[in-house]
Design a protein around this ligand. Structure first.
Ligand SMILES: [Mg+2]
Length: 444
């Protein structure tokens, strides 16, 4: 069997597809690639490997027969076209036929192959599209451990492509300055003092309006975009700190850092670079919030980075505590400055006894590990009262303020001082001496 070149193959494909369309039938395209062919080549030498491929070609031709056609498409790749059903059993059968040992001049040689499959009309592509998709599936079969079959899934492929388009659009949003930061206050409920702001990203989409992070953060997961976004947020937050400082407003800002960004080997040097570009911002004004997830698998690297940030004077908090990968070991290993209890527990703590139990346990744990503790999702004064009574002083949530544009912050701070409800809670807390929270649960 001589190898078909691209033109011959595409003529063959076009004919086969035309026939499937005319007969209202199907066409299955199978790309078959010998596994570890380089190793076989090294072992048998060029001529030996050629003989093996010839023997394989012969075996495949005998196996398929009938209405099907198999051609060699160069190297160790074969393309099989069939109008038959080609179900999983038939394809598995083909793999086992391939793996039966060959006898080459007295030597027994065993090989395996990976099969990628596309099928018209499930996949409504042109002939060259069908071939490309079968080849894509074959690469997936290789990734899945070889000696296996992988079918091209048009629905899945469309999703992947749509995601790619959205990702490229989001990358442009970063470059075009379509992102903005909103700021949510964090307070000490025992004094009603504002202790800082969390920077939260929003996308000011020119057509779709202001988009919440839920609608775009998942796009960034596991991609380089996590780092680009994280760096943009850091740069923007530092610029904002500079602006506020000129207005006489000196409060820290917390920035959310994704695990993959934190684990990026360049993280610390690049952060140092950003800080050096803003020499008027002292490092105690920038805080980092890190979510605990399974992505923190490389605990040693995370530890090292957190250590280096703290050595620079930047505090680090564990964010959304209790939702992800939380374990006591994790908490013991990560020398974070603050724990943020996830809002899902805080929100329902007044009505759900098990959420209350979790909140109380985290308060106890924070005290034992001597970490500052902040409750997210504080929606009402009742929440605040219940938390304060249990020794959790720091809070953030809609009951205090929603995230706001940076221009709104100065005015909000003025109005905050006039909020009799929160000021009253603080007064009452000072009055009740026993409410003086233990040092571990205080703001530092
Ligand atoms: Mg956060």
């Amino acid at each position: 069997m001589y190898a078909f070149d691209g033109t011959q193959l595409s003529m063959l494909m076009n004919e086969a597809l035309a026939r499937a369309i005319k007969d209202q039938g199907s066409l299955t395209v199978c790309v078959l690639d010998v596994d570890h062919f380089k190793l076989i080549n090294n072992r048998l030498g060029h001529q030996g490997a050629d003989r093996l491929i010839d023997a394989l070609a012969l075996r495949l031709a005998q196996y398929v027969g009938g209405d099907s056609v198999v051609v060699r498409a160069g190297g160790d790749e074969f393309v099989l076209l069939t109008h038959d059903a080609a179900d999983d059993a038939a394809l598995q059968m083909m793999l086992s036929v391939i793996s039966e040992p060959f006898s080459l001049e007295g030597e027994r040689v065993s090989i395996t192959a990976s099969l990628g499959v596309s099928r018209y009309p499930d996949d409504h592509a042109e002939a060259d599209g069908l071939l490309r998709h079968a080849r894509q599936a074959m690469y997936r079969a290789k990734q899945n451990g070889r000696n296996t079959v992988s079918r091209f899934d048009p629905g899945q492929d469309r999703l992947v492509q749509q995601r790619q388009v959205k990702r490229r659009r989001f990358a442009r949003a970063i470059e075009n300055g379509e992102l903005i930061l909103h700021y949510q206050p964090q307070i000490d409920m025992a004094t009603a003092e504002v202790i800082g702001f969390e920077a939260l990203v929003r996308w000011k989409h020119p057509k779709e309006g202001l988009k919440a992070p839920d609608s775009f953060l998942p796009l960034t997961e596991g991609t380089q975009l996590e780092t680009s976004l994280g760096e943009w947020v850091l740069r923007q937050a530092l610029t904002q700190l500079g602006c506020w400082q000129q207005q006489g407003l000196v409060l820290p800002v917390s920035v959310n850092i994704s695990p993959s960004h934190l684990l990026n080997p360049d993280f610390v040097p690049r952060l140092e670079g950003l800080l050096a570009a803003n020499p008027w911002i002292t490092t105690d004004r920038l805080k980092l919030e890190v979510v605990e997830t399974a992505a923190m698998h490389d605990i040693k690297a995370a530890l090292d980075t957190i250590d280096r940030c703290q050595a620079m004077g930047i505090e680090v908090a564990i964010d959304d505590f209790g939702t992800g990968f939380s374990s006591l070991t994790y908490l013991r290993q990560l020398p974070v400055d603050m724990i943020k209890i996830d809002k899902s527990f805080v929100r329902d703590m007044l009505t759900d006894p098990s959420d209350l139990a979790i909140v109380e346990s985290v308060i106890y744990m924070a005290r034992r590990f001597d970490r500052a503790l902040l409750a997210e999702g504080v929606e009402t004064l009742e929440h605040a009262d219940a938390l304060l009574g249990r020794g959790c002083r720091l809070a953030q949530g809609y009951g205090i303020a929603r995230p706001m544009a940076p221009e709104a912050v100065v005015e909000w701070l003025q109005r905050w001082r006039e909020r009799t409800d929160w000021q009253g809670l603080a007064r009452q807390s000072r009055f009740m001496g026993e409410r003086e929270a233990p040092s571990g649960a205080c703001s530092r």
